[in-house]
Unconditional design. Structure first.
Length: 433
């Protein structure tokens, strides 16, 4: 009935998350409010871990893409769940360090890492820096030598699989800002260079083919292309790489009719493909890394708002204004992402209205959705937007100088703040006269 397993309905007809009444949580903490269910997050971690165990003999690892939702509490959950962590900036690395995240379990990504970022990563002992280009390869080698370290790296390769369309296409496409192209020979050149560099240890290859993907085939195709390339590297240099990082991008259910791939079937089919190509090309099966972000945290979160004015424009549309918007969820204004919304205090009632959810920012485009079906809504109602656990808090801004909402984490029905609401004073604390 609901897009996420952690959501439900209680005897008062209120929406619940993790067994807790959302209307009560809104009263306690105020709105707008992000609420996340830790049990749901851990459940996702467990099913990824178990499927790697089941289909690939445990010769692999989950690396949570922290950009989806990064805060101390989440990094700590990742440690406890024994999953690795992707970071892409000093800020994410700092957050991980602040809770003592094991550096060897960190993957540092990014297409334009700064020298400061590379130095910080080397000094913290980050286990894998995912190198994007030749310039970075040279700089990282030089920095590692001067720090007296041998830095573990993966090379980011563009396998030329575009999974963003529903019917994914294998293109010769090299138009991406990320990584080395295969077809131009650039990736092979980089691999040869990296193997020669004294400051670097080339552990393996990485690819990431997109996000919110519902098909398994593009993942299998990417795995196949990457393994063939690993075999080509072995043939050309005599060196077998040990790690194959297949990236993330597993789709989640935002709308009731979305039908995401079960992690289990993903792992089963990808494992079969990997074993098949390895046999064919006489390769040792590599250590597989998968990097889910959205699918670990997305379904575990919701955002609660209070409805303000309901503006009916006859023959045009009905605007329902909420006390948040693009500042806490920029995904609609960025790429028209669709969400399900409901009136949390009337969750048992039928959805009889079709409305546009409008934020409070001074932008006409500040919407959370159009043509959204919702219960009969009035000012003062609590509106829940569902499956907002990924790329909402982490993409939030202070546009219009609106403080960012807090994050409440539920565990076994107990609530605790893991990110406090930003204060007005924090908004001006860096201002100078
Ligand atoms: C964004 C990203 C991910 C996670 O993607 P999701 O769609 O959130 O699963 C994984 N790896 C890399 C390199 C990424 O850029």
């Amino acid at each position: 009935m609901f897009v996420s397993d952690c959501l439900g309905l209680n005897g008062m007809g209120h929406l619940t998350i993790g067994g807790r009444d959302t209307v009560e949580l809104a009263e306690i903490y105020g709105t707008p409010l992000y609420v996340m269910d830790e049990n749901e997050i851990r459940k996702a971690c467990t099913s990824y871990r178990e499927s790697i165990q089941k289909y690939y003999g445990g010769n692999g690892m989950v690396a949570y893409a922290s950009k989806a939702f990064c805060c101390k509490a989440m990094c700590k959950i990742a440690i406890e769940e024994q999953i690795a962590l992707d970071v892409v900036s000093l800020g994410e690395l700092h957050t991980a360090e602040s809770v003592g995240f094991p550096p060897e379990q960190i993957y540092f990504h990014g297409n334009n890492k700064t020298v400061a970022e590379l130095i910080a990563a080397i000094e913290y002992g980050v286990g894998q820096i995912v190198v994007d280009n030749l310039n970075e390869l040279d700089i990282l080698n030089a920095l590692s030598i001067s720090e007296g370290k041998k830095t573990g790296i993966l090379l980011r390769v563009k396998p030329g699989v575009d999974a963003h369309t529903h019917n994914f296409i294998r293109t010769g496409q090299i138009d991406s800002k990320f990584g080395f192209a295969l077809e131009t020979g650039e990736a092979m050149h980089a691999a040869k260079q990296a193997l020669e560099m004294p400051g670097l240890q080339l552990k393996g290859l990485h690819c990431h083919i997109g996000s919110q993907i519902f098909d398994i085939d593009p993942f299998c195709l990417a795995a196949k292309i990457m393994l063939e390339f690993m075999a080509d590297i072995r043939d050309a240099t005599g060196k077998e790489l040990k790690v194959l990082d297949l990236g993330g991008g597993f789709g989640i259910k935002y709308l009731p009719d979305h039908d995401p791939v079960a992690y289990d079937s993903y792992m089963r089919q990808v494992s079969e493909t990997v074993k098949e190509i390895c046999t064919k090309r006489n390769l040792t099966t590599p250590f597989i890394v998968i990097e889910p972000g959205r699918s670990i945290v997305g379904p575990a979160g919701i955002t609660l708002y209070t409805a303000g004015c309901v503006k009916e424009i006859p023959g045009v549309r009905t605007y329902v204004s909420i006390d948040g918007g693009m500042g806490d969820n920029p995904r609609y204004i960025l790429y028209q992402s669709e969400y399900e919304a409901m009136v949390a205090n009337k969750a048992d009632q039928p959805k009889t209205r079709v409305v546009t959810l409008a934020g409070k920012c001074c932008e006409s485009g500040d919407l959370l959705g159009e043509n959204m079906q919702i219960q009969d809504v009035q000012a003062g109602d609590i509106i829940a937007v569902l499956a907002t656990g990924a790329y909402n808090y982490s993409m939030a801004s202070n546009y219009n100088r609106i403080p960012r909402p807090p994050v409440v984490m539920l565990k076994d029905g107990m609530d605790r703040l893991v990110v406090q609401r930003e204060t007005l004073d924090q908004l001006i604390e860096n201002d100078l006269l």
